[in-house]
Design a protein. Structure first.
Length: 276
């Protein structure tokens, strides 16, 4: 074989070798201008940040207490089902152990919560509504004094519009309650009869001249708190109410800051044009 043929055969073998090698080998052959790579440093391996660990060496996610509770819940449910369908002494005892442990945990939480409340007055609801006998006496005395001041003020500026019908049994039952409230608070009553007839407590009422329709008082008995000087009126009660309920409602209307729902439930209307 001549030297020319050997050269051609060598070129063909190199070409076949290069086409049969993977990409890395091809790159090596095609990069022959760089020469041998014996003295080149290998590229440094890429370091990946280690995954953060939790308290017990677990990957971060749910708190360890949550995982403990989930395991406890699964175990307790399994014990309950097993004891329910196979109530042997051992199975029932296993479930009771879970239940007892849960009660103890609840007691620990309740005791810890009490200590937090005792050391943080803003969480102690007994500051506003005492539960002890002495505290209740003081609270009731303050409440009574607040009621007295409020009703003394309202008696000078407000009246109670009382809409009723003479043939309404609920009006007959409610009239003495409302009269007792008026006598106890000093707020005068302005009785308005929708049918012109009276009640034993209000034998000579004012006739309705469209006031009820203007206020939307379609149900009787109906009570409104009105200020003739400012021409403002707001509903107090519809239907039969106790004297205690009337006190609470009038107090809430007179002191909106005491109850967050008053403004939404008791819209104030104008008295102009409603006087008989």
């Amino acid at each position: 074989m001549t030297r020319a043929r050997l050269g051609v055969l060598g070129a063909l073998l190199c070409s076949a070798f290069a086409s049969a090698q993977p990409l890395e080998a091809k790159s090596f052959l095609l990069d022959k201008e760089r020469g041998w790579f014996w003295y080149e440093q290998a590229p440094a391996p890429v370091e990946t940040a280690p995954k953060p660990k939790g308290e017990a060496g677990q990957a971060t996610g749910k708190p360890v207490e949550v995982r403990m509770y989930e395991q406890f819940k699964v175990g307790m449910e399994e014990a309950r089902i097993v004891a329910m369908f196979n109530p042997t002494q051992a199975n029932v005892e296993r479930y009771v152990q879970y239940r007892t442990a849960l009660v103890k945990l609840a007691d620990q939480l309740a005791e810890a919560g009490q200590r937090v409340v005792w050391t943080n007055p803003e969480y102690d609801f007994t500051q506003a509504r005492p539960v002890s006998a002495v505290g209740l006496q003081v609270h009731d005395a303050e409440k009574s004094e607040q009621h007295r001041r409020t009703f003394d003020r309202l008696a000078k500026t407000h009246v109670l519009y009382f809409f009723f019908k003479s043939d309404c049994p609920y009006c007959h039952a409610f009239a003495p309650v409302l009269l007792g409230f008026s006598q106890a608070t000093g707020i005068k009553i302005f009785p308005v009869s929708l049918d012109g007839g009276g009640l034993p407590e209000f034998p000579q009422p004012h006739k309705d001249h469209g006031q009820a329709a203007a206020l939307g008082a379609t149900t009787v008995p109906a009570v409104y708190l009105a200020n003739p000087l400012t021409h403002e009126i707001t509903p107090v009660a519809f239907g039969i109410q106790s004297e205690t309920e009337l006190v609470d409602r009038v107090m809430a209307i007179a002191n909106p800051g005491m109850s967050g729902f008053v403004d939404a439930l008791t819209p104030i209307r104008s008295l102009e044009g409603l006087a008989p």
